[in-house]
Design a protein. Structure first.
Length: 210
C-alpha cells in the first residue's frame, strides 16, 4: 500500500500522530509536498466529508479527522510556500451579528480547509461591515455566513448589500447556511449560494474557486 493511501486512511480514522508520522515519512521518501496534500490528505478529508453527508459518521469523527488533517497540513505549509504553491483561494467565515452559535460554522471551517482553501474565521456575532472589511483586507473570494436563529437571518441580506456597496459583487461570492436558512431565502436576499450542510459548503466553495 502506498504511503499516500496510508496517510488518507490514517486521516479518515482521525489518527493524528500516524498522519504526522506518514507525512514525514513521505517527505523523507522524496514525495512532493503538493502530491502529499493532493493525493493523501485532501482525498482522506473528502471521504470523511462524503460519509458525514450520508450520516455514516458524525460531528465527533469529523472533528478528529480535521485535527489529523491540520496536523499533517502544518508540516506541509512551509514547504508548499517555498515551492510557491498557494491555496486555491480564501474564504471569510463567520456567524452573523446577534447569533452566538458556532458549531455549524466550525464544521464548515474544517470541511472547507479540508479542500485546501484558506479560511479566515471571524467567529460569532459578526456584522455585515466586518465581513466586508475582512474580505477586502484578505482578498477573499468567498464570504460564508452562518445563522441558527431566524431573528438573525436578515443580517445575511445586509451582508449582500454591503458587498454590493463596496463594489465587490463581481469579486466575492456570498454563501449562506444554517438550520433555518433555505434556498428560497437565499434567492430572496440575493446571496450567491445556499448550502444545507458543511460537506456541501466545502464542495461548493471548491467549485467556485475552480
Amino acid at each position: 500500500m502506498s504511503i499516500l493511501v496510508e496517510i488518507s486512511e490514517a486521516l479518515q480514522k482521525g489518527k493524528k500522530k500516524l498522519v504526522v508520522q506518514y507525512v514525514q515519512q513521505a517527505l523523507e521518501e522524496g514525495v512532493a509536498p503538493q502530491q502529499i496534500l493532493n493525493e493523501g490528505l485532501l482525498p482522506g478529508m473528502d471521504v470523511v466529508g462524503q460519509k458525514f453527508k450520508n450520516n455514516e459518521v458524525f460531528v465527533p469523527e469529523v472533528l478528529v479527522a480535521a485535527r489529523a488533517m491540520n496536523a499533517g497540513a502544518e508540516l506541509l505549509k512551509p514547504l508548499l510556500a517555498e515551492a510557491g504553491v498557494g491555496t486555491p483561494g480564501k474564504m471569510v467565515l463567520g456567524t452573523v451579528k446577534g447569533d452566538l452559535h458556532d458549531i455549524g460554522k466550525n464544521l464548515v471551517k474544517m470541511m472547507v480547509e479540508g479542500k485546501g482553501i484558506e479560511v479566515i474565521d471571524l467567529g460569532v456575532d459578526v456584522s455585515a461591515e466586518a465581513f466586508v472589511e475582512a474580505a477586502k483586507e484578505h482578498g477573499a473570494d468567498i464570504i460564508g455566513c452562518s445563522a441558527l436563529l431566524t431573528t438573525t437571518m436578515p443580517v445575511m441580506a445586509e451582508v449582500v448589500k454591503a458587498v454590493e456597496a463596496a463594489g465587490l459583487k463581481d469579486k466575492v461570492k456570498v454563501m449562506i447556511g444554517g438550520a433555518p436558512v433555505t434556498e428560497e431565502f437565499c434567492k430572496s436576499v440575493g446571496a450567491d449560494y445556499y448550502t444545507a450542510d458543511a460537506a456541501s459548503a466545502a464542495m461548493v466553495a471548491a467549485e467556485i474557486l475552480k
